[in-house]
Design a protein around this ligand. Sequence first.
Ligand code: PMP
Length: 352
Amino acid sequence: MKRKINFNAGPAMLPAEVSQEAALAIEEYKNTGISILETQHRGKDFEEIIEESKHLVRLLCNIGDDYEVLWMQGGGRLQFSLIPMNFLLHRAAYIDSGHWANQAIESSKFVGDTVTIASTRAINYSQLPELPKAIDGNFSYLHITTNNTIYGTQWHELPKYDIPLIADMSSDIFSGKRDYTLFDMFYAVAQKNLGIAGNTLVVIKKELLQRQARELAPIFCYNNHVLENSILNTANVFGIYVSLLTLRWINKKTLVQIEKENNQKAKLLYDAIDTNPHFKAYIQEKSDRSIMNVCFTAHDTLIEEKLLDSCSDNNITGIKGHRSIGGFRVSLYNAITMNDVKKLVTLINSIN
Ligand code: PMP
């Protein structure tokens, strides 16, 4: 098989080493005589996978035992509901910076008083919203989406208010070094920078876990998932294993190196778009630009088709933009190399 360069936003390209090792484990997991796909969720082998993955998450985030690390199913959307169910006591504050941020808001409204403190919905999320200097109102938490996958904006600086901060980091987790201790909770679906779909990383500060807002059935309750060490129900053994392989890959490469390469990749692509008269970046405010998802449009449909055709002739896939803004979206997650981006940039530069 000739692997294509896959710029999709998620499910996204995995590092080649991760796919290869996962494929071997599908044949047989660690001389056990059975496949990872058949491995029991309640058994020593899987317990080791869980423990090593938790250790690596703590190591990469530079956080201690004051945080719990969970693997959960149900994707980002389940978290949108579980967060208010578990933590919204009187009211919660949200930043509306994109489609997924907005979905989190809509889910929270089913649970309780949900206040949007800033939004750029009226301008189709073409920049990050300006934040109020201060917020007060007895909020249980503030929810932020650190990277807006569909529009290509990213918070490079976090809001500083005196309330617990909860972040959806689905599309920029481990894209570089960050101070994770600023978050009381963060979560990320795995299918972008952390493995495959069906698996979500959830990290919660113990202090926040103690503030459970209401009684809940066990499956909806973070504290129960902690008690059961992520094996409350039959766990997604393969998904968590692929995340472990990805964490090992990240740790070996180091976040410092990953961040350096991600910045270089994004700069190369934005520069190519900004200097080409046929294309325009969706996000004009440079300080708001995401280094993970680069969105741009062509000035006419003929040019758009030319670039799409040229990509498909050159073994490149996944650059078509999300239907809500059209054009192109190129996702530069960790598995994408500088060489991959150079190939795309050569095609962009050759359009006339
Ligand atoms: N949050 C963000 C930032 C996303 O990009 C996505 C999906 N791509 C989601 C949440 C939703 O994830 P899921 O489809 O797994 O529910």
